[in-house]
Design a protein around this ligand. Sequence first.
Ligand SMILES: [Zn+2]
Length: 247
Amino acid sequence: MNTATFRFYEELNDFLPAGKRKIRFPVSFENRPAIKDAIESLGVPHTEIEVILVNQVSVDFSYRLNDNDDVAVYPVFESFDITPLLRLRTRPLRTTAFICDVHLGRLCRMLRILGFDTLYRNDYEDNEIVSIAQQEGRIVLTRDRGILKHKAVSHGYCVRSSDWRRQAREVIRRFDLSHSLHPFSICVSCNGRVAKVSKSAVIGCLQEKTKRYYDNFSRCQACGKIFWEGSHYAKLQEFVKELADRA
Ligand SMILES: [Zn+2]
């Protein structure tokens, strides 16, 4: 048996049992496993990792462990724009688009309200999520870190909170998106593009009260749903403003 010493930094410790958090601890292994597999067997998904140092030298996921290696593992740093290269990724994602797992329906709605192209279905299988993410260059958002261990997932994030407001804050902060919000530009129902329309263009579809009290309308170009600045619009705007202000 060989032994290497591991130390995980910052929020990567969320994935470790209490006794292994924020300390150096030994890990025994046979042969020379890839460092990616060794790290994931400790419970930390590779998508959470930005930099790995072995004996103070930066290595990539294919590095094979040696006896007595001293391994330091760092998270994706809090503030980064999604566009520049990440050191451990072969290809950066050019646009920010998400796919949510089955537990994140409300987060999906919120991300759409904030203007992010986001896919969600309550019957997605894990392997469907993985293959859609890969084909369409989407960031996987999940509450189940198992999905993130998939080799084919290059960009992903394990959402910590169970409250959708906090989840939205987490995602915006994690991917440094507070300058990239385009509120009310994506359809909450179908993820289509929403564009402004004149009142006269939609007046035939409106109920009496809506006709009377509202003048500004927009319509989803995919499903045709009509939006106006109704009562919960103000609340949502407040939330959007709060997210932008945290920048
Ligand atoms: Zn729509």
